[in-house]
Design a protein around this ligand. Structure first.
Ligand code: DX5
Ligand code: ZN
Length: 214
């Protein structure tokens, strides 16, 4: 499957978000990962739809919006109107079927994320209707955390279940992705890689993305 790199703007300088997004676009990113946190579903607050809307006309990359919020159903239309191309909702936020149906209706790609404690099987009932599954490899809420290798088995199980059903669903990993941890995730079956610190804190972002891709 095609390997895609989605830099997480959480690790960028928010005072110049437009330039930061363009810098990874020019450095070879495939998607732009936008972490939305509400201070309730996770213990941190980041940004909302108005900021995504401001970025949209300046950035060509598809927007990969990761909603770490308590009531995604209520805010999905705002993020679609702001220009999201792919929206990920957490299984733990509830009403997963309703969120997927709304994403389909609004014509954007639909993904479901699993926190580290949520088992692989929890996403199986939704698998046929999804473009992507996100396996969190850290506890959501903050960038710069250590990769959780115990999540590799979950990636393996979900990839095996997709293959069994004849699905070519994308599997994304997010949290602690580096040149060392990416190959482990790829070997387990992931093909879309979020990286915040590894890309934005690198002296040469194009080199960092190239390292992840090869
Ligand atoms: C964490 C976010 C991640 C985060 C990853 O809750 O979902 O996208 O930005 O950051 P790194 O790559 O630094 O672990
Ligand atoms: Zn994320």
């Amino acid at each position: 499957m095609e390997k895609k790199i989605s830099p997480s703007i959480l690790a960028s300088d928010f005072s110049k978000l437009g330039e930061e997004a363009l810098s990874v676009q020019n450095a070879g990113a495939d998607l732009l990962h936008i972490d939305v946190m509400d201070g309730h579903f996770v213990p941190n607050i980041t940004l909302g739809a108005p900021i995504v809307k401001c970025l949209r006309p300046r950035v060509a990359l598809p927007f990969d919006v990761h909603l770490m919020i308590s009531d995604p159903l209520k805010y999905i239309p705002d993020f679609v109107n702001a220009g999201a191309d792919l929206i990920t909702v957490h299984l733990e936020s509830g009403n997963t079927a309703g969120c997927i149906a709304l994403l389909r209706e609004l014509g954007v790609k639909a993904a479901v994320a699993l926190k580290p404690a949520t088992p692989a099987e929890a996403v199986y009932p939704y698998l046929d209707g999804l473009d992507m599954v996100l396996v969190m490899t850290v506890e959501p809420g903050f960038g710069g955390q250590k990769f959780m290798a115990d999540q590799l088995e979950k990636i393996r199980m979900i990839r095996a279940e997709c293959t069994r059903r004849g699905l070519d669903t994308d599997i994304q990993v997010d949290g602690g992705i580096t040149a060392e941890t990416l190959p482990l995730c790829a070997e387990a079956g992931a093909n879309v890689f979020v990286a915040g610190s590894f890309i934005f804190k690198a002296p040469d972002r194009a080199a960092a993305i190239a390292t992840l891709k090869n």
